[in-house]
Design a protein around this ligand. Sequence first.
Ligand code: HEC
Ligand code: HEC
Length: 278
Amino acid sequence: MGTYVPSRRRTRALAVTPVLSVLALLAAVPAAAQGVPEGAKLFSERCASCHTVGQGDRVGPDLMGVLKRREESWVTSFLKSPGAMIDGGDPVAGELIKKFNGVRMPDQQLSDDERKGLFAFFRDCTEKGSCQPGATGPKLASDATPEELEHGRQLFEGQVALANGGPACIGCHDVRGIGVVGGGTLARDLTFSFARLGERKMTPALKEMSFPLMKELYEKAPLTEAEQFELKAYLANVSRDGTPPRKDRDFFYLGFVGLGVALGFIGIVLGGRGRAKD
Ligand code: HEC
Ligand code: HEC
């Protein structure tokens, strides 16, 4: 009896094999057609040390819209051998190496599929107007879950504290509808900021916070990546959605937040002055 069992197992395994390979084929077809996630992964592994897509030039050019400004065939040849293009006198390649201080992009060994994946990724970024390669989670404001949106609102209003101890946004900013009770009026109402700045400018704005007053405060207490994302999603939602945020917050609480912000700010200004004199 003991010898009978393994042989039955083997039969079952054999029966399953063709099913698995059909499944693998089915899964492979859409992946090859799209290729965006593969392209994003490849980009972060092999290109991101020198390039961004939408975050500006680094060692090499920002590749946002590269397939719009260049022919696909040109980019294909360039990827195969940037050196050959430069030495062969290609005028565009010549301009690029001049602009990038003579740094030569290394030749890239890419299979056709890898190159197609990269191109799909570049096109996808251009369509969305921004890309954060390497990031696994959702990054566009429109990808936020209802929980992330709600958390963004709570962070904005100070119901949930910011991880690094920064002041709640509402101490200085209002958004539509909160004003009745007294969201901050020290700075701009942010209701339409996302509509005005868009995904491309809002993302770095929340990362760098390089606005007057905010810079000093958040330099010492930066927003985490998750907070940047959730606040962005919240502001995107506010600018899109006509309904005002909740009104059931109390005066005392808001006064408290505002006071905290003011005290924190005074502290930082005084602290900064003291250090400057040293
Ligand atoms: C070591 C740095 C480095 C790496 C890694 C690198 N590049 Fe580059 N890339 C450059 C530089 C520098 C240039 C500008 C041309 C030059 O000086 O060679 C450039 C130019 C380009 C251009 C032309 C851009 C334009 O505006 O026309 C493309 C396309 C490109 N790189 C794609 C890639 C891809 C895709 C990868 C990854 C598979 C990659 N690069 C990896 C440094 C790099
Ligand atoms: C100490 C006051 C203060 C706090 C707290 C504060 N900000 Fe600001 N913020 C400002 C000022 C001042 C500006 C410059 C624009 C203006 O004139 O209002 C600004 C500008 C901005 C802008 C650009 C607006 C636009 O449309 O150009 C954004 C976005 C922004 N803040 C988001 C936030 C977020 C998110 C928080 C909370 C994490 C926050 N701010 C907290 C004072 C503050």
